[in-house]
Ligand binder design. Structure first.
Ligand SMILES: CSC[C@@H](O)[C@@H](O)C(=O)COP(=O)(O)O
Ligand SMILES: [Zn+2]
Length: 209
């Protein structure tokens, strides 16, 4: 199988997912970035500053296994948040996809707590994120939105090296959610599940629960 025949369906799936997220209002104004890992350890990632509602196959940059840009098109730069995808793939060798989106609700809930963890409500939806417990008490790690993205990546690496998160997701305060998964389909589901939980948290606060 050639690199191209391997890559084309993956990029087509990411393009469809980005369009879906865009129409949910989670990738407006070029926000967010999506990547898929290749068997050699490199990955394709969305180029920086592209409208995520109308991506095409030339809007991706390939990062090699050593972290260098291997394939790009004229005028394209890799996502400004490539360092976060890199550290996720380093920390989670089984992950083959990493998705990051910005929603209003993610930003609201990131201010519901002052500390570095957001307690998650014990919703049935947590099973979709791999939490199979009755009345689970788990939380989502929150990171500071440093201007220098590599600093965010360093803090993710330091924290997750000490203790793995309970769910395959992290929240950057006032910024958005990042998830990782073993397939593109699972990563899409994880984004949807986490965003559902965020909507629930916002609605619960409005309802005074
Ligand atoms: C709307 S600007 C958002 C960016 O600063 C960043 O947070 C983002 O998610 C998209 O950056 P990109 O470089 O296009 O991958
Ligand atoms: Zn972002």
């Amino acid at each position: 199988m050639t690199t191209q025949s391997l890559t084309d369906p993956l990029l087509a799936e990411i393009i469809a997912t980005a369009r879906h997220f865009y129409y949910q209002g989670w990738m407006v104004g070029t926000a967010g970035n999506l990547s898929v890992r290749l068997p050699n350890g490199g990955f394709w990632i969305t180029a920086s500053g592209r409208s995520k509602g109308e991506l095409c196959k030339s809007d991706f940059v390939r990062i090699g296994p050593q972290g260098k840009v291997e394939h790009t098109s004229p005028g394209l730069k890799p996502s400004a948040e490539t360092a976060i995808h890199q550290v996720i793939y380093k920390l989670f060798p089984e992950a083959t996809s990493c998705y990051h989106v910005h929603s209003v609700e993610a930003n609201l809930v990131s201010r519901f707590v002052q500390g570095d963890s957001l307690p998650l409500p014990p919703l049935e939806m947590l099973k979709g994120l791999g939490v199979w417990e009755e009345n689970p008490k788990c939380s989502l790690p929150i990171f500071t939105n440093h201007l220098q993205v590599p600093r965010i990546a360093t803090e993710i690496e330091e924290r997750f090296t000490k203790a793995l998160p309970e769910v395959p997701a992290l929240l950057i305060r006032d910024h958005g959610i990042t998830v990782w998964a073993t397939s593109l389909e699972s990563a899409r589901n994880y984004i949807e599940l986490v965003e559902y939980i965020f909507r629930y948290l916002v609605a619960a606060r409005c309802a005074g629960i």
